[in-house]
Structures are given as structure tokens and as C-alpha cells.
Design a protein around this ligand. Sequence first.
Ligand SMILES: NC(=O)c1ccc[n+]([C@@H]2O[C@H](COP(=O)([O-])OP(=O)(O)OC[C@H]3O[C@@H](n4cnc5c(N)ncnc54)[C@H](OP(=O)(O)O)[C@@H]3O)[C@@H](O)[C@H]2O)c1
Length: 306
Amino acid sequence: MKVLITGATGFIGKRLAVRIAGRGHSVIACGRSLDKLKNLSQNIIPTYLALEDKGGISQILKKEKPDIIYHAAALIYGSRENLMRVNSLGTENLFKASLDSGVKKIVHLSSVAAVSGNEEVPLEENVPLKANGPYGESKIEAEKIALKYRKKGLKIAIIRPPMVYGPFEPHGMPYLIGFLRKRMLPVPGSGENRIHMVSVENLVDVLELALSKDEIYEGAYFVADKEALTLRELLFFITEVAGAKGPFVIPEGVVRVISKLPFIGKRISSLRRDRIYSIDRLQKKLGYEPRVPVREGLRKAVLSYS
Ligand SMILES: NC(=O)c1ccc[n+]([C@@H]2O[C@H](COP(=O)([O-])OP(=O)(O)OC[C@H]3O[C@@H](n4cnc5c(N)ncnc54)[C@H](OP(=O)(O)O)[C@@H]3O)[C@@H](O)[C@H]2O)c1
């Protein structure tokens, strides 16, 4: 098969490219900083693609005629304007060019951020789109574009991971470890709220299913680990593996007082929230059981920075 991956120079896209190339498929690995794709595999063809460049995208798709596109390019941080330009307009450019060039299947990397404005625990996939900030809003716009192109005939899988961890993940873990080394991260109160994440290996397993399972192109799927650690378990486990000093615990009485303060109160409530995503649909519809246990995946991830 010929597989095109946008964002192949990024954390998730690169793991996916290596996995799919390892299965013998030909991978058109797209990004802008192509030096990150050097010497990975003969099956990986580094290709320059900017999501803003409609003409460039069309040219690549018409030339390569991929059987499937994985859309993993996005901005995770930035101004609202940049997030919308890349995550929303860029997605529209890619999907329109895909339709015009006869591409049949797309796997769209969305995020739980598209629904994390909802409070239910656990969250189910069918809650309304509702975000907590500009990144989530840009992912909502991208999901709406995906739904629009589904109606036009494209088969589009919508995959919503929570925080993804794995070796050399650049966005969250290095900062978490840095703060734990300096004892600068708080556990407010008991820290018994649960934080659901996903190992990059488990996520890539599910993304790979899009090559063979048609059920993935219906609705949307949360993809998360089987087990969710509590905030306390998570931070103390990372501390132990990294040999860090650890978090500092804020006693429950103090938490109750500072929770009423204007800015810090909001941060504390956010830290105390359960973030659990139902993977029932993933298990029942796709028959997928998360392969990598959370502590095993986390240990590998944390050790990659030492
Ligand atoms: N990491 C997580 O915890 C997480 C959680 C939930 C969902 N997701 C979603 O998963 C996807 C991949 O995330 P990631 O962690 O792998 O992100 P990443 O490491 O930041 O990689 C982002 C990729 O997007 C590309 N990109 C950015 N702007 C672009 C543009 N204007 N034109 C073309 N390519 C552009 C980058 O390419 P260059 O650097 O080469 O320009 C890079 O390959 C994203 O859709 C993200 O929203 C991630």
C-alpha cells in the first residue's frame, strides 16, 4: 500500500511512519523539517508539505495517489490565529485536495481537547463538541471539516487521544520531569483524581487498524490506555523512575482555601479534575485491547530522557 502521513516529522507521525514502513508499505512522509526523517527506512520517502500551500498539496496527492492519508500535522501551541490557520484551514486544504485527487481514506488525528469542555466521568465519544481553549477550538473546527468531507464521500476516521507519552515525547514529559526535579509540582489534596493518557505504542497500534478495519471510519474514537493512574500515582511513579525530588503535597485544608482565589483557584480545580475517557467503543467495535500497560510505557518514556 502507499501511505501518506502529514506531520511525519512530529512525535506521533514519525513513530507511525516507522511502524508502517516496517510492515513493508511505502510511506510518503510529509513535513517541513525533513532532516528529522533521515536514515529511517528505505520505505520512507521524506516529502516537503506545508498545510497552507493548497497547490503544493494537490500536486503531491495527484503525483503520489496514496491509498490512505494519516493527518498528524497540527500545531499544539500558539496563538488562536496560528492554531486556526494550521489546524482548521490546513485540514480543509488537505481534505479538499484529497477529494479532488481521488483519495478514498483519511485518518484524522483529533484530540480529547475537542470535547474536554464536557464534565462527565468517564467521557463518551458522543458528547457535544466543547473545548476549554483555543487549541481545542481549532480541533473542533477540524472535526467539523472532517464531518463535512465525510458527507462528500471521503472515508474519514476521527481519532481522539488524550496526552500521548513515549520515548522522546517533546511536549509534556520533559517539563514534568524538570519540575519534579526541582520539587515545583503540586499534588493538591489527596491527588486521587485519575488522569487517562495513552502510550504512543498503543495509539500507533490503533492507527494501524485503519489499514484493515472499516469500522474505524464511523463516528469518533477515544484511544487511551487500559488503566488510568491517579495524579498522585502518576507523579510519584515518574519521580521514582527519574530519580527526582518529587511533587509537593498541598494539604486538603489549604486546598479548600486557595480554591476560592480567582486565578490559582481555577488552576487547582483543573489539577483536581478526573480526566477519564471511555474506551468501550474501541474495545467493542475495533476489538482492540491496549497492549502496553501504563507503568511499562511510562518507565520507557521517562528513561529516554536520562
Ligand atoms: N502529543 C499529544 O499528546 C497529542 C494528544 C492528542 C492529540 N494529538 C494530535 O496528534 C497529532 C500529532 O501530534 P504530535 O504530538 O506528533 O505533534 P508534533 O510533535 O508537534 O508534530 C507536529 C507535526 O505537524 C507538522 N506541522 C506543523 N505545522 C505545519 C504546517 N503549517 N504545515 C505542515 N506541517 C506542519 C510538523 O512538521 P514540521 O515540524 O516539519 O514543520 C510536525 O511534523 C496532532 O494533530 C495533535 O493535535 C497529540
